[in-house]
Design a protein around this ligand. Structure first.
Ligand code: ZN
Length: 221
């Protein structure tokens, strides 16, 4: 039988919560948040109005998801990840800055795509896209877009390799590789890798148009 679970100490103001989603102690889900089915929202999470979470997402304890953050299906967010949504923050109550905050023009949205993982304590600077099945290492500070299937590490986060859909590292010798753990076949085109048969134009279209703005393994340093 499908049902939602909301811990008695959680504050859930949204009605847009999917079936089989569990929300644990002291979490706060504001009105205007959308959460899909089959998710797990850990203790002490804060989800601000406007956040969208897909299906089968795991959000571990102590996470801040601020307005402008969209998390697609199957994403893993480790504990104490900090999302942001303003690249030039000032207090809106500061007279010199108040004009900028009269509308939502200051908001810089963040997209975490299908199947991606974000390690414990990472910081996601506003306005980036984390590609499908990418992995952000624990403690990384992500300042640029992360291509699909890419592992990024450090501060600022830089590409250090590739990961499979199953999450395990992929090794390439030449232009093709098979995952040692699940057998999925990949092909490589430059710094971009994709499962065999995948249409690369779809992934390239999802990235920012400026290739110098992407943290590829051999990209700008
Ligand atoms: Zn695999």
């Amino acid at each position: 039988m499908s049902e939602r679970f909301v811990h008695p100490t959680a504050l859930v103001e949204s009605r847009q919560i999917g079936e089989d989603t569990r929300i644990w102690a002291f979490a706060h889900v504001m009105d205007g948040v959308t959460i899909g089915a089959g998710c797990n929202i850990g203790d002490h999470c804060f989800l601000e109005s406007g956040v969208v979470v897909g299906d089968n997402v795991t959000i571990k304890n102590g996470n801040l998801l601020c307005e402008g953050v969209v998390v697609e299906d199957g994403v893993f967010v480790g504990p104490n990840v900090q999302f942001t949504n303003d690249r030039y923050p000032r207090s809106p109550r500061l007279p010199q800055a108040a004009r900028r905050y009269r509308d939502k023009g200051w908001l810089d949205p963040t997209l975490v795509k299908h199947g991606a993982s974000i390690g414990a304590g990472a910081v996601i600077v506003a306005g980036v896209t984390i590609g499908e099945f990418a992995t952000v290492a624990a403690g990384a500070v992500v300042t640029r877009d992360v291509p699909p299937y890419t592992l990024v590490v450090g501060t600022p986060a830089r590409a250090r390799g590739w990961v499979c859909q199953c999450g395990q590292p992929l090794r390439f010798e030449g232009e093709s590789s098979s995952c040692e753990h699940c057998g999925l076949d990949f092909e490589r085109s430059g710094d971009l890798i994709l499962p065999v048969g995948h249409n690369p134009s779809l992934v390239e279209a999802a990235l920012r148009p400026d290739p110098n703005d992407v943290a590829t393994p051999r990209g700008k340093v």
